[in-house]
Design a protein around this ligand. Structure first.
Ligand SMILES: Nc1nc(=O)c2c([nH]1)NC[C@@H]1CN(c3ccc(C(=O)N[C@@H](CCC(=O)O)C(=O)O)cc3)C=[N+]21
Length: 295
């Protein structure tokens, strides 16, 4: 079998067109959704993600307030900026790019963001609401992954899903969403991690494999059932002297070999990454509608 490639780029484009139309309608009512973006330090990957987020905002008509702070910014300074954005009515969403430098307490910063502006869905209030199935901002990467699975026409209800990776931003929230009694869930979920005895024994039974590890070639063809759907959340830079930048991006999945066995697969780049950004835009528009009493 040669897998159908699920293009995150195309699905993201489709959703962004829908959002663009919605933002145009809102602007007739004098409403412009605003996103406050905070980047501390100069990590090259973080700079590239944040730049992509700001471009995406501009493209669909969301106002973005760009704050790039030096690596030695103090926790107090960062908290003061978050507080200012919490109070700023032009800002409907606040994104503090992670990871933060070691001298800053990440949990404290995330807790300081107004839950009503927490478009990343990282505030413990929103995490808790999500777990109990209450309305909340859904974390962008897990939500993007679910949108891709659904729009590719893959059945989630009753599916055996194996997630490899247990991070707070992908593995854990995704597992929670996928077990919920809802149209984004109803799956049977297994979460594998570094202490799992035999990861392949689990993934080989999966109808859907989701890799969110951060290491190239973690999922190889022998680990995947014939006809499975494989979602690759990894974004890894590997050295490549033939590229202008000296590296290329790969996911966690051995794409070529797994494509021969899977029914569908997401590429890297052009897969989950563009969906993550799109769901951030989606949450920001939702937040603007809530702030203005439209929903
Ligand atoms: N507060 C916070 N929220 C996040 O959502 C968040 C974060 N911190 N920290 C880091 C991770 C990672 N992340 C990505 C977003 C877009 C792409 C993306 O668009 N990737 C492109 C390629 C981009 C490139 O060329 O570098 C693609 O896969 O096609 C990847 C990764 C968001 N994250």
């Amino acid at each position: 079998m040669t897998a159908k490639v699920i293009s995150g780029k195309e699905i993201a484009h489709q959703i962004r067109e829908e959002l663009k139309a919605e933002v145009a309608q809102l602007s007739k009512k004098g409403i412009v959704p605003g996103l406050g973006v905070v980047l501390v330090g100069e990590d090259p990957a973080s700079i590239s993600y944040v730049t992509a987020k700001e471009r995406a905002c501009e493209d669909i008509g969301i106002f973005s307030d760009d704050n790039r702070l030096p690596a030695d910014t103090s926790e107090e300074e960062l908290l003061a900026l978050v507080d200012k954005m919490n109070k700023d009515t032009k800002i409907n969403g606040i994104l503090v790019q992670l990871p933060l430098p070691d001298h800053i307490d990440e949990a404290r910063v995330l807790l300081a963001i107004d839950p009503a502006k927490d478009v990343d869905g990282f505030h413990p209030m929103n995490v808790g609401k999500m777990v109990v199935g209450e309305k909340a901002f859904l974390p962008c990467t897990p939500h993007g992954v679910i949108q891709m699975i659904k729009r590719a026409g893959v059945e989630l209800s009753g599916a055996e899903v194996v997630i490899v990776g247990r991070s707070n931003i992908v593995g854990k929230p995704l597992a929670n969403l996928l077990i919920q009694k809802s149209d984004k869930g109803n799956a049977t979920v297994t979460v594998c991690h570094t202490r799992t005895k035999d990861i392949a024994a689990h993934t080989r039974n999966a109808d859907i494999v989701i890799a969110a590890v951060g290491r190239p070639n973690t999922i190889t063809a022998d680990m995947v059932k014939e006809g499975a759907c494989v979602i690759d959340v990894g974004v890894n830079r590997v050295a490549d002297a033939t590229k202008k930048k000296g590296f290329r991006l790969v996911g966690d999945v051995d794409f070529e070999a797994v494509s021969e066995k899977a029914a569908c697969i997401t590429p890297v780049p052009g897969g989950v990454g563009p969906m993550t950004i799109t769901m951030l835009l989606y949450n920001t528009v939702e937040s603007a509608k809530m702030a203005n009493g439209i929903i």
